[in-house]
Ligand binder design. Structure first.
Ligand SMILES: Cc1cc2nc3c(=O)[nH]c(=O)nc-3n(C[C@H](O)[C@H](O)[C@H](O)COP(=O)(O)OP(=O)(O)OC[C@H]3O[C@@H](n4cnc5c(N)ncnc54)[C@H](O)[C@@H]3O)c2cc1C
Length: 394
């Protein structure tokens, strides 16, 4: 292990992980005047590199997840400003589009489920409305004939997560964040009592000294050594949920104008059309440990179901199959806040909503790092919910 007084190896904060969550935090923390190093051997190669970029608090609502809904809505509401700020800072268009989302029904049972969902939306004050067979096809002529109807969630939008990652990398760099392409091996604690963080040891043996360390390693935070038992137990609760997306391209845009989600014979599938003719089809959901190899069966099933909803899909070019591990927490809600020793912060467990939740996580954790407090809307998602008797946030 090499310890050094080199200023290049010192910072106020070390962020472990350069996915959307880690980079977002680093950018916002640097904007508040902190000196930040981010470490990651493969920035953008995690879940953030496979994500489709649906910003879908309404259409992805699950029963009993009211606290998460509130957080999702706050973050969705910040995307317009984030997009503007990132584009101004970097010149990169992050593909934020206020396009709305259509949810299609496959059969009568799906229609009933959508009516129930719409009633729930109404009770919660969310905006959605049912679509009849004809209106559905008028809105999206690329949809298969014969679908019995659907639901319009006009306020569920999209962003391009890979463009967002590129923009965050460049905005963070411009704000002074240093990126080290290394794996963090161990979190270092003070020798005397172990009650405070002192830095991070890299796989090269170098040590980065910092008074605050943010764990944003996605599905892999459990692999870090040196965590005290309570934090190791927390990290161990974050499980990898494998997901595949297919990245297709049409010769010209316009096959779809909104995000389309649906289920085909009970299996969920979605299509996210970009402005330039690309269409992302997703996503599989598999508990397969840390195996990130693309599975042929998942590719087949996604294409089969996407084509059942949008027949022309088979004519598009297949550019990329992407696989990522969603970081799933026990209650499917993120885990954000101080954990264990002073200066250690967890920002993980974003599961299916990490793209959506990037802005609210970044601002909230940057506030914690500079002012020592989380905003009220993040308190229900603090790690303490798994160690106190109050129960889960979702
Ligand atoms: C197929 C798929 C589709 C999705 N679609 C959507 C969507 O439409 N909308 C949405 O909101 N969310 C979506 N998600 C979820 C979203 O992608 C994740 O919640 C989010 O990307 C998590 O971001 P993260 O930065 O925490 O993790 P990641 O993106 O996985 O980044 C973690 C980073 O940490 C690094 N790392 C790990 N361990 C170490 C270490 N020891 N040292 C240094 N670096 C380390 C990794 O290399 C990686 O780059 C999807 C996910 C998948 C897989």
């Amino acid at each position: 292990m090499t310890s050094t007084n080199d200023p290049a190896d010192r910072a106020d904060v070390v962020v472990v992980g350069a996915g959307l969550i880690g980079l977002g935090i680093a950018w916002r923390a640097a904007a508040r005047g902190l000196d930040v190093i981010v470490v990651d051997p493969a920035p953008g190669a995690g879940a953030s590199g496979a994500a489709a970029g649906m910003l879908a608090p309404v259409s992805e609502l699950h029963y009993g997840e009211d606290a998460l809904l509130a957080l999702n809505l706050i973050s969705a509401g910040r995307y317009g400003d984030w997009s503007k700020e990132l584009t101004e800072a970097t010149g990169t268009d992050i593909g934020y589009r206020e396009c709305g989302t259509v949810v299609t029904a496959w059969d009568g049972a799906d229609l009933t489920a959508l009516r129930d969902l719409q009633a729930l939306h109404e009770r919660l004050g969310l905006h959605s409305r049912m679509l009849g067979r004809r209106e559905l096809r008028e809105l999206e002529p690329g949809l298969a004939a014969g679908l019995p109807g659907g639901l319009l969630a006009a306020e569920d939008h999209q962003v391009d997560p890979q463009a967002l990652h590129a923009a965050l990398t460049s905005a963070a760099g411009a704000a002074g964040v240093r990126l080290r392409r290394r794996r963090a091996r161990r979190v270092q604690l003070s020798d005397v009592s172990g009650d405070r963080v002192t830095g991070v040891e890299l796989d090269s043996g170098e040590v980065l000294a910092a008074g605050q360390v943010v764990l944003a390693g996605g599905a892999r935070i459990r692999e870090l050594d040196g965590l005290p038992p309570s934090v190791a137990a927390l990290a161990g609760m974050v499980r990898p949920v494998k997901g595949q997306t297919l990245h297709l391209r049409a010769d010209r845009p316009g096959l779809l104008t909104r995000v389309v989600r649906g289920s085909v014979r009970g299996v969920p599938v979605y299509l996210v059309p970009r402005d330039d003719g690309r269409v992302v089809v997703g996503a599989s959901s598999e508990e397969a440990g840390f195996d990130t190899r693309p599975r042929a069966g998942a590719v087949y099933e996604l294409l089969r179901d996407a084509q059942a909803l949008v027949p022309e899909i088979g004519e598009l070019m297949l550019e990329r199959v992407a696989t990522g591990l969603r970081p799933g927490s026990p209650d499917n809600a993120p885990v954000i806040g101080p954990a264990g020793p002073e200066g250690l912060v967890v920002a993980g467990g974003h599961f299916r909503n990490g793209v959506l939740l990037a802005p609210v996580t970044a601002e909230g954790v940057a506030g914690l790092l500079t002012e020592g407090e989380l905003p009220a809307h993040l308190i229900p998602f603090s790690p303490q919910r798994f160690t106190s008797t109050k129960g889960a946030a979702g």
